[in-house]
Design a protein around this ligand. Structure first.
Ligand code: GBH
Length: 488
């Protein structure tokens, strides 16, 4: 559906916004507006535009297994997961969902679900086992089989090039500027080899996670706790890798290849939907993400960030910021939770309100329920930076997921989570923001990083002893949403 059609739809349906977000029934007024639209599918207040891209997401280390096969090189996550005490119950990605061998089965799952889009990531160390140097054909062959299999099933591949599994062969990891150059070489190589078939490429996944959480908080690989000046340098190398990656992809990809990134900007929602709180929220969005998404969208580090970091600010070389600010075809956001902001009489002009002990949340302690995050993430990013297109590249949740007597997982809580978040996605669509698609995290239960296999996000249950995949209630729900292209 075109932007014009969406705006027409939005204008007609504005009055129904609240009703739809709450799962209410379409009113006579909205039905009339829908009938006036050009798309047959958009016939009521709860429909999505025809062609809205529904998908599922996964990542290499979390699902592939086969860590020593066909020349794959070691990564920081292999080391971390095998270090006693790092992951809950000692979980590793050695086998995970065994997707390296079972990718055909996974394609069949996607097909049965009716999703037409799949977001996967490439394990850098399968392509360049030590991060750079001579490419490994067998690793590339795997992704060619996956891509061809997806296309044969009528599913569009959306490829992420780095989802945290950094080759240990890269000395110094993200502390080294050379890693950004190595990433660009790898990114260009993959674009050259796959862009005849892959038209959507994301450089990196979640800058904050592989920089701050890995080199400052120390709870993601390589689990360091560096001083702030070094942390800022790691962050800089992360955004630089993205920017140089964009340039390398553009240099080597076929015309028409769309390039972006999947970032987990910290999301803010206004306490009350009034001009002053919305302004404060946008300000928080821009300032709290200054070292990541703001730098990428503006091609500079904003003054407040540089002032706050003082002598610890990153060391920037000529040309870096230009590369970092390379124009993008789309911006993808991983959205799980958010913080509430109010306008306040503080130096920054805003206050971020803390989550409280009884704030509702899902099975992961950090996963506070905040459905409006999906709307406000899209709106604040759109209004601040006007990206051409947006995607939600991840949204989903962990849940308790007990297996019932009949072998099925009835995850009604996950359905509630998804239904509410997608209700707010629908609002963003209705209001005409350029949101193209949505990827549910995750296709199936998988290795959840430091939580091992104790927090599971899948809409398919995986029996890790037998590798049997079984649709949960949430998969049935998502299938129906896709089939009708409508809130269900
Ligand atoms: C995403 O990260 C990842 O892309 C994906 O691989 C992962 O499986 C999925 O979401 C589910 O977690 O130490 O308390 O500060 C999610 C974003 C941000 C979640 C940081 C955990 C920190 C927890 N992550 N957050 S805490």
């Amino acid at each position: 559906m075109t932007g014009i059609n969406r705006r027409q739809l939005g204008m007609g349906l504005g009055a129904a916004a609240l009703g739809a977000a709450l799962g209410g029934r379409a009113s006579a007024q909205t039905n009339a507006a829908g009938a006036a639209g050009s798309s047959a599918a958009a016939t009521d207040a709860l429909s999505f535009p025809a062609g809205f891209e529904w998908g599922c997401a996964t990542a290499s280390y979390q699902i592939e297994g086969a860590v020593k096969e066909d020349g794959r090189g070691e990564t920081v996550w292999d080391v971390y997961a095998h270090t006693p005490g790092k992951t809950t119950d000692g979980g590793t990605g050695d086998v995970a969902c065994d997707s390296y061998h079972r990718y055909q089965e996974d394609i069949a799952l996607l097909k049965a679900l009716g999703v037409k889009n799949y977001r996967f990531s490439v394990a850098w160390s399968r392509i360049f086992p030590s991060g750079k140097g001579k490419p490994n054909q067998k690793g590339l062959d795997y992704y060619n089989r996956l891509i061809d299999g997806l296309l044969a099933a009528g599913i569009t591949p959306h490829m992420t090039l780095f989802h945290w599994d950094l080759p240990t062969g890269l000395q110094g990891g993200w502390q080294s500027r050379d890693t950004a150059y190595a990433f660009a070489d790898y990114a260009g190589f993959m674009a050259g080899k796959t862009s005849d078939r892959v038209k959507h490429i994301m450089t990196v996944n979640e800058l904050r996670c592989f920089t701050d959480l890995a080199y400052w908080n120390g709870n993601k690989a390589p689990a360091l706790r560096l001083p702030m000046d070094q942390v800022n340098q790691v962050r800089h190398h992360g955004v630089l890798a993205h920017g140089l990656g964009v340039q390398a992809i553009r240099a080597q990809a076929r015309a028409g290849t769309q390039v972006g990134l999947a970032d987990n900007a910290t999301i803010f929602v206004p306490a009350i939907e009034t001009a002053e709180h919305i302004e404060a929220t946008k300000k928080a969005m821009r300032e709290e993400n200054a070292m990541f998404l703001t730098a990428i969208m503006e091609g500079r580090y904003i003054d407040s960030y540089l002032a706050a970091q003082g002598k610890d600010a990153p060391k920037v070389q000529a040309g870096d910021m230009k590369a970092i600010g390379s124009a993008l075809d789309f911006v993808s956001l991983n959205v799980y939770t958010a913080n509430t902001v109010r306008a306040a009489d503080t130096a920054s002009g805003y206050e971020i309100l803390p989550h409280l002990a009884n704030s509702p949340r899902m099975a992961s302690p950090w996963l506070y329920m905040c459905p409006e995050a999906l709307y406000w993430s899209i709106r604040t990013v759109s209004e601040l930076w006007k990206p051409k297109k947006l995607y939600i590249s991840e949204n989903g949740c962990s849940a308790d997921d007990p297996v019932a007597k009949d072998g099925k997982v009835y995850d009604a809580d996950r359905v509630t989570y998804l239904r509410n978040y997608i209700g707010h996605l629908h609002r963003a669509v209705r209001e005409g923001f350029p949101i193209e698609g949505y990827f549910l995290w995750s296709l199936m239960d998988n290795f959840e990083w430091e939580d091992g296999y104790t927090k599971l996000f899948g809409i398919h249950h995986v029996d890790f002893k037998t590798q049997k995949r079984t649709p949960k209630l949430s998969a049935d729900w998502y299938r129906e949403l896709i089939r009708t292209n409508r809130m269900v």
